[in-house]
Write a protein that binds this ligand. Structure first.
Ligand code: AMP
Ligand code: MG
Length: 503
């Protein structure tokens, strides 16, 4: 385009334009000494931005909020939410701002937002700031999730502010630029419904349908269709988390998107040893958001979405409230079953099975039961199972068996798996290859993430962060030079590993 500077963004800000009442126009706080520490070149190009022009001091000004790119309309979005089960009618962007939307190279509308850009009318007691460690953590885990093929928001840039942020100790301040299909949450709907504003609720629902589920526009009851579609995407998303051993850690309704992307990497972490009760978050004493609770909690959150949609479900055909509740329940009821279908589809791929057979669920569950009994590393078990698949006999089972303190526990399971595989005529090498394409070697191991963050925060050394990011960008391809990244920390070190909220 003529006349455009090379750092230009082609903003088209529909949220600000169409959804008045659901945001407050607001400006980012100026920061003292912005320094760009990381720009996501691949994502920048995908968004139609000029990465080279942005990977500069001018980029630092832009991504710190000190210099607004033309066309940005910075707003703090309003939302409510259930946090650990308790409802807050007003949360909102207390430390975030939406800059606007761009259409990416695939024609998809994407939000660009800041996190850590200062106080807003929604900040309550908070300082509106973000510390460097959690910003880098969100960067790393989001990119890892993306590389694993899991729908997610992504980091576009990270900037240090030259300021100090007060947490338990003083920490370097930072701003994250985040890209999302949208930042509309279950809590966005709860915010509107809690205020009894049916007209805005309808506008919001229509907006979400237009933006994320346009195929629903022509359906008889698009709002019921919206609930169904969001349930479907969340069922698939949670199944993908579970297949990867990912624990979100803070599945509040304000942290669940309508788009089906994973959002808000706070106390999240990947599980090492398989244990369904795993919780990492320091504030989740009850284990509400434990690994095995993620699908029931998603279901709970979606029930809150259904409640928020009720005025639309009841209103459309002038039905009474009871009938609306009934219709919503019919959609929510199969959630767990849909989740399990997605989960099993993922497990079949992980186990190297092409066809669907009736006993596959038991086969998959029993592999996990043996894993749990022996405290085996979840990621390594599946990866070594791919090695075992290289041969039709036991000759390649060595790596797998080594993971188990008592490998006799596998002796009942492996023949079942082999018999099941033999029912499919796939060459062993081909099966092993297919398994390796879905079972990662590299996940963000907790000690590696901590090591990368500590080096950056304590020493200003970004080399471990860069290295880890490189490793995580190709999680399925084993490379000898990255072998130190495939292992969990020794159990003695990882016991009691805790994560913390707060960017
Ligand atoms: P989160 O737990 O990150 O999903 O955030 C929950 C709510 O707390 C959101 O409304 C955030 O905007 C707000 N919040 C979190 N940290 C801060 C902060 N440092 N300053 C202001 N608001 C915050
Ligand atoms: Mg949040």
């Amino acid at each position: 385009m003529t006349g455009m500077t090379t750092t230009a963004f082609s903003f088209d800000n529909t949220y600000a334009r169409d959804l008045e009442g659901l945001y407050v126009p607001w400006k980012a706080a100026a920061v003292a000494a912005p320094k760009l520490i990381k720009l996501n070149h691949a994502l920048a190009e995908e968004l139609g931005l000029n990465a080279a022009a942005l990977d500069t001091p001018e980029g630092a000004l832009i991504f710190s909020g000190n210099q607004l790119p033309p066309g940005a309309t910075t707003i703090a979005q309003a939302y409510a939410g259930h946090q650990f089960g308790g409802f807050s009618p007003q949360l909102g962007d207390g430390r975030a701002l939406l800059l606007g939307e761009v259409i990416d190279k695939n024609g998809k509308r994407r939000d660009i937002a800041f996190k850590g850009s200062g106080r807003t009318p929604f900040s309550r007691g908070g300082d509106g700031k973000a510390a460097l460690g959690p910003v880098l953590r969100e960067y790393l885990i989001g990119e890892a999730m993306h590389a694993l093929g899991i729908p997610t928001t992504r980091a576009l840039a990270a900037v240090t502010t030259g300021e100090t942020v007060r947490r338990e100790r003083n920490l370097p301040g930072a701003v994250l630029a985040r890209v999302a299909a949208s930042h509309i949450r279950v809590g966005t709907f709860q915010f509107v419904t809690a205020r009894g504003d049916d007209a805005t609720l309808r506008k919001l629902a229509d907006y979400v349908i237009n933006r994320h589920y346009p195929e629903l526009k022509d359906q008889a009851d698009p709002y019921l269709g919206l609930l169904r579609a969001v349930c479907e995407r969340q069922a698939e998303l949670i199944a993908r988390w579970m297949n990867a051993g990912f624990i979100h850690g803070v599945m509040n309704t304000d942290n669940m998107t309508l788009s089906g992307e994973t959002i808000d990497y706070g106390p999240c972490a990947f599980m090492d040893q398989y244990n369904p009760a795993t919780v990492f978050s320091s504030i989740d004493a009850q284990g509400r958001y434990a690994y095995a609770n993620q699908s029931p909690i998603a279901n709970w959150n979606l029930t809150r979405l259904a409640e928020a949609l009720l005025p639309l479900l009841a209103g459309e055909q002038n039905d009474d409230q009871d009938r609306a509740v009934e219709k919503a329940m019919e959609i929510l009821e199969p959630f767990q079953q849909r989740y399990e279908q997605y989960w099993l589809r993922g497990m079949r791929l992980k186990l190297g099975l092409a066809r669907d057979e009736a006993d596959d669920l038991a086969l998959a569950r029993d592999f996990l039961v043996v894993m749990e009994g022996q405290s085996v590393d979840f990621t390594k078990a599946f990866r070594c199972l791919a090695d075992a698949a290289e041969a039709v006999d036991a000759s390649r089972e060595g790596w797998l068996r080594k993971l188990y303190a008592d490998d006799a526990a596998l002796d009942a399971w492996l023949p079942r798996w082999r018999a099941r595989q033999n029912a499919e005529s796939v060459a062993p090498a081909q099966r092993a290859q297919a398994m390796r394409a879905v079972n990662p070697v590299y996940i963000p191991r907790n000690h590696r993430v901590e090591e990368a963050l500590a080096a950056a925060v304590d020493l200003g050394d970004y080399a471990p962060f860069e290295k880890l990011l490189t490793v995580l960008q190709q999680p399925f391809e084993e490379k000898t030079e990255f072998s130190a990244y495939a292992d969990p920390a020794p159990a003695s070190e990882s016991a009691g590993y805790q994560t913390f909220c707060g960017t």
